[in-house]
Design a protein around this ligand. Structure first.
Ligand SMILES: C[S@@+](CC[C@H](N)C(=O)[O-])C[C@H]1O[C@@H](n2cnc3c(N)ncnc32)[C@H](O)[C@@H]1O
Length: 418
């Protein structure tokens, strides 16, 4: 008798899958079935709160009782997630009688199908079977996932792209034929703070248009054939430079390239991502937006400051300080912000900090309110200054802090201690 399993990728969209059991194992198995579009029937007298949430959201049907063989009528697959061997065996018998594959959490040797350990990377699914030993499968799966995460992907991704071009199924392939843009948030500075999706798209890019504040290490690891456009080196003033960037994105995409526009933090937090999206849309270029970890939350966090904390702050407001409070072009109601009790996070505010703090104090925020400045957060050059609203502007000059930095105002500055 052969012990070799025959691997398959089941396409479960709209197909009935029965899950017997409502405990921890079922809780772990059900999300992937739902993700595959399966029509899940859950048979169990009791459910965990997580499974009940799926029921309440109408994502699956629940039969609140013990299993009966008729539950398998119309099913393509059954997952047994109970630890009562006799009850599990009765499911196996009913499944075998109907020629339905049966996964057994309690006894893999009694199962007619095994679930692999899985790691997903965009369109690629890696599924590992460990010869009946789930621990071995997980160890191998983790090693593969680490390899992919350890950025050995670029060359592999390039090869995969070539290999799959004929099928026309990968995002990169689509990019090849028709061109498109991804606006990707690179996170605040630590290269590990880019999202998994952002990193994957970066490895698939033909052209990368990068901001000044994106982590250099991410760029260091691009494939040699990738065209890297340093957006911070584009001449002209800020608005002409932005037009120029928009044009580069559109031109390269219309020429068939997959362009990643890599931006510091999140593309839509003072990142002009919206303008770039509109420029692409106007030119008929498809755009994907991948949110990033914004410095407005990450920089305080990196300094040990939560932007909210129970009993301390029930709100946080993120504001740009690039214009002085008395500038006619400013859209910020600093007088109103002074009346808030919660956390104020100011980006691009160092130059105008004296005027900003004076305005906040003049409109009622106490000068003794705690404040902090976090420079180059999440990088090896991170510096943190703790102060008060009344003195922070002078203190940062004395400490010679410089941009990029985030200013945090509010009691959260000491919520976790100094
Ligand atoms: C043009 S805004 C872009 C913000 C970005 N889109 C985000 O979500 O973080 C640039 C400002 O973000 C803040 N900033 C970005 N990265 C930072 C970092 N690593 N540490 C401190 N502040 C940072 C600074 O206030 C800087 O002047």
């Amino acid at each position: 008798m052969s012990t070799s399993p025959y691997p398959l990728g089941l396409r479960l969209d709209g197909r009935r899958v029965v899950v017997v059991g409502g405990g921890a194992v079922a809780t772990r198995r059900v999300p992937a079935l739902l993700d595959a579009g399966a029509d899940v029937l859950l048979v169990a007298p009791e459910l965990t709160p997580a499974l009940r949430a799926h029921v309440n959201a109408d994502r699956l049907r629940w039969a609140p009782r013990r299993f009966t063989p008729e539950d398998l009528d119309g099913a393509w697959l059954v997952q047994v997630a109970i630890d009562d061997p006799a009850a599990a065996e009765s499911v196996s018998v009913a499944a075998a009688g109907r020629r339905i594959f049966c996964v057994r959490a309690d006894d893999r040797t009694a199962a007619t199908a095994w679930t692999p350990a899985v790691t997903r990377h965009g369109p690629v699914t890696v599924a590992v079977l460990g010869g009946g030993d789930p621990r071995r499968a997980m160890t191998v799966r983790d090693a593969i996932r680490d390899l992919l995460a350890a950025r050995l992907v670029p060359e592999g991704a390039a090869r995969t792209r070539g290999a799959t071009e004929a099928t026309g199924t990968t995002e990169a392939t689509r990019g090849r034929r028709s061109g498109r843009v991804a606006l990707v948030g690179a996170g605040p500075g630590d290269p590990e703070l880019i999202t998994v999706k952002g990193w994957r798209l970066l490895t698939e890019a033909d052209v990368v248009v990068a901001d000044r504040l994106v982590p250099g290490l991410l760029l260091d690891e691009l494939r040699p054939d990738v065209e890297l456009v340093d957006a911070s080196k584009i001449p002209y003033g800020p608005s002409r430079a932005q037009e120029e960037i928009n044009q580069i994105l559109v031109d390269r995409a219309l020429a068939g390239a997959f362009v990643v526009r890599l931006k510091g933090g999140d593309p839509y937090v003072f990142g002009r991502g919206g303008e770039e999206l509109l420029a692409c849309a106007e030119a008929g270029v498809p755009v994907t937006v991948v949110p990033g970890v914004t410095s407005s939350i990450a920089a305080p966090a990196a300094a040990g400051i939560p932007v909210t904390h129970r009993g301390v702050a029930h709100e946080f407001t993120v504001v740009s300080g690039h214009l002085a409070p008395d500038s006619p072009a400013s859209l910020v109601r600093w007088d109103a912000l002074a009346g808030l009790r919660g956390t104020l996070v100011i980006l691009m505010g160092l130059k105008n900090l004296a005027a900003i703090t004076e305005t906040l104090i003049a409109h009622g925020r106490p000068p003794g309110t705690l404040a902090a400045v976090v420079q180059e957060a999440t990088t090896g050059a991170q510096r943190v200054l703790r102060s008060t609203l009344g003195t922070v502007a002078a203190d940062l000059v004395a400490a010679e802090l410089r941009p990029p930095a985030v200013v945090v105002v509010g009691d959260v500055v000491e919520a976790l201690g100094r």
